[in-house]
Design a protein around this ligand. Sequence first.
Ligand code: FAD
Ligand code: SF4
Length: 326
Amino acid sequence: MSLPEFKLLRPRSLAEALDLLGKHADVQMVAGGTDLVPSLKQRLFTPAYILDIRRIAELRGIRRIPGQGTEIGALTTLTEIENSDHIRRDYPVLHEAAKTVASPILRNMGTLGGNICLDTRCLWYNQSLTWRTSCGFCIKKDGDLCHVAPGGTKCWAVFSGDTPPALLCLDAELEIAGPAGTRRVALCDFYTNIGDACMKLAKNEMVTRVFLPEHSAGYRGVYRKLRVRGSIDYPLAGVAVALKRSNGHVEDARVAITAVNPAPLMVCGVEEELVGKPVSERTAAAAGELAARTAKPLTTSALTPEYRREMIRVFTKRAVMEAAKE
Ligand SMILES: Cc1cc2nc3c(=O)[nH]c(=O)nc-3n(C[C@H](O)[C@H](O)[C@H](O)COP(=O)(O)OP(=O)(O)OC[C@H]3O[C@@H](n4cnc5c(N)ncnc54)[C@H](O)[C@@H]3O)c2cc1C
Ligand code: SF4
């Protein structure tokens, strides 16, 4: 499959990139290109301009800010996160999630910003133009109906990034740059849970940095995902757990899920089930039950919704037990 025609813009600074974003309405940003390039080939996007942001050196790297936490540039690759001793030691749930993304070669190219801004996925959408022409278009691209929930008006395409649930557990914030300057938003307020407009990001804005607060450092972290091919696939269900213990009891616990809704979501109520108690089969199963209730998988992916929801329950219980191990 070939790429559609476009003009390539290659800014060297953030200011230049924002200027180009403001000048051109029909522009699509590319970072590592590991998700966007296949989508271009499938004609899911046919922009007049591609803005290649990879040369913007100021958006790379992991920096500790004493007393505040850690800042990660949006262009930092997933391999850099995987290889960072600091992330492995202080934010292990992010380390665990990053190292499960795709394959080593794709992680060498793929960036944290691209993983956070990943397009949602659906069996009826991530197909070639020929496939979609013969099977019929849908709300997310060129059509007005949904094959997954016929009769509805909402797109349920599923968010399938691995690092955002880990970042949610760490209370991460994003820096977003646009024509009016920069703003900072909590990651939990960034996603809409709507399949065809999944992020609160204007066309002329970009994610520039991710902040991990100091108070989230030192939590034990576990990430578990369900996928068809263990070596390379997107998650079909994913669970991140961050847990703090003292004197054998849970002091704080956070659970977030991915790949079963149009957004990665925190699981509410987990603290009430776990905090102040030792972790047991019973309390871990209660957390699993809450996670399964938060998951609303539909027939957007290769495995059945029932199986994916059940695996959210099972993975959550296992991940909580694992995070609580001595
Ligand atoms: C075979 C295969 C398997 C994969 N498996 C997984 C997997 O297991 N888990 C997973 O999470 N992902 C997976 N992916 C998707 C992808 O490799 C990763 O999500 C990667 O992190 C995307 O980053 P990127 O820099 O390559 O993004 P790109 O492809 O460059 O961009 C992705 C999207 O993000 C937007 N974007 C990029 N950077 C920014 C920014 N700074 N600000 C605003 N918007 C931005 C782009 O415009 C585009 O819409 C897989 C891809 C393939 C091809
Ligand atoms: S959920 Fe429905 S509208 Fe959304 S991509 Fe799938 S078929 Fe299309």
